[in-house]
Design a protein around this ligand. Structure first.
Ligand SMILES: C[S@@+](CC[C@H](N)C(=O)[O-])C[C@H]1O[C@@H](n2cnc3c(N)ncnc32)[C@H](O)[C@@H]1O
Length: 274
C-alpha cells in the first residue's frame, strides 16, 4: 500500500507502535511466554503520505524494528505484489526474525492463525483495513481465543456512515449485506433509522431517515466488541482528515486473566485518549 495515507496514518501507526513496545516491556517479566505479532492487513512495508516526498515505514516494519522484537511475526495481505515487496525488505533488514507470510483474504487467514496459538503464546493483532473488508465472524474468531490483544481500525466514516445512507431507499442490497457482515447482526436498521411520521406521496410508505450520528455508530460498534470480548477499552480515537472522521481506532482483549486485562486496558485507554 503506497500513496494514500494522511496525518491520521502517522497517529494510528504511533499508537500501535507505542502499545507494542509497552506490551513487550510487560512480557519481559513472563519469560515462559512467546509473543506473536499478527498484522492482518500488512501492506507492502512503506506508506507514502499524501504530499510527502519520503516514504514512512508501515506497521509491519515498525513492529519488526522494536528494540525488543516479538518471537514470531505473521503477515496477512491480499495483494501478492505488496507482500512480495514486504518480504524483500524483511529478507534484507531482518533476516533473523521468525516471519510467516499469508497471502490472501484476512477472513480466511486470521481465524486460522489465532486458532494455532498455543497456551505458551500471546498475540497482538493489528487490523488496519481501507474499508469494510473485515467480517464480524473473523472478529469473533479472535475473541474466542483467550490470548489476543486486538487493535482495530473501524471504518466509521469511510464505511459505515457511507453505506448506511441517510435515505434508506438509496441503500443497495449489496451495501446492506456489507454492513450486516461487518456488524454481525441486522438490527442496525432499526437502531440507526427512525420514521419521520410523513408518508411518501408516491407509494404510501412511511418515510424513514438515518438518525444515528457517526458517534452513535462508533459506540454501537464498541458495544458489539463488548458482546464478543471480555475486555474492551472505553476510549476510542477518531482519526480525521480536514476535520472529517475517516476511521475510529479501538482496542479489545480476549485474555481472560483479570490482571492481563487490567494492564492492557490501562495502556490502551491512555493511548486512545483524544
Ligand atoms: C491500509 S493498508 C495497510 C497498511 C499497513 N498497515 C501499513 O501500515 O503499511 C490495507 C491493506 O489491506 C490489503 N487488503 C485489502 N483487503 C484485504 C483482505 N480482504 N485481506 C487481506 N488484505 C487485504 C490491501 O491490499 C492493503 O495493502
Amino acid at each position: 500500500m503506497e500513496g494514500s495515507g494522511g496525518p491520521w496514518t502517522l497517529i494510528k501507526l504511533q499508537k500501535v507502535k507505542d502499545y507494542l513496545s509497552r506490551y513487550q516491556d510487560v512480557m519481559l517479566n513472563q519469560d515462559w511466554v512467546e509473543t506473536i505479532y499478527v498484522d492482518a492487513f500488512c501492506g507492502g512495508g512503506q506508506v507514502k503520505l499524501r504530499g510527502a516526498r519520503e516514504f514512512t515505514e508501515g506497521s509491519a516494519l515498525q513492529a519488526l524494528s522494536l528494540t525488543r522484537p516479538f518471537g514470531q511475526y505473521h503477515f496477512i495481505e491480499k495483494s501478492r505484489t505488496a507482500l512480495a515487496k514486504l518480504q524483500a525488505q524483511i529478507d534484507t533488514r531482518f533476516p533473523d526474525r521468525r516471519v510467516h507470510y499469508h497471502p490472501g483474504d484476512v477472513n480466511e487467514h486470521l481465524p486460522e492463525v489465532v486458532s494455532r496459538l498455543t497456551a505458551q503464546q500471546r498475540a497482538v493483532i493489528f487490523a488496519d483495513p481501507y474499508g469494510m473488508q473485515l467480517k464480524w465472524a473473523t472478529i469473533e474468531a479472535v475473541a474466542q481465543i483467550p490470548r489476543c490483544d486486538f487493535w482495530l481500525l473501524v471504518p466509521t466514516g469511510m464505511g459505515l456512515q457511507r453505506l448506511a445512507t441517510r435515505d434508506p431507499r438509496r441503500r443497495s442490497q449489496a451495501w446492506e449485506k456489507r454492513i450486516d457482515e461487518f456488524m454481525g447482526e441486522c438490527d442496525w436498521r432499526t437502531r440507526w433509522y427512525k420514521q419521520t411520521g410523513q408518508t411518501n406521496l408516491f407509494d404510501d410508505t412511511i418515510e424513514e431517515v438515518r438518525s444515528a450520528t457517526l458517534q452513535r455508530m462508533s459506540e454501537d460498534f464498541r458495544d458489539r466488541l463488548r458482546d464478543a470480548f471480555p475486555c474492551v477499552a472505553e476510549n476510542y480515537l477518531h482519526l480525521k482528515s480536514n476535520n472529517r472522521i475517516l476511521f475510529t481506532l479501538m482496542f479489545a482483549c480476549s485474555n481472560t486473566s483479570p490482571s492481563a486485562q487490567k494492564i492492557a486496558k490501562r495502556i490502551a485507554n491512555h493511548l486512545l485518549k483524544e
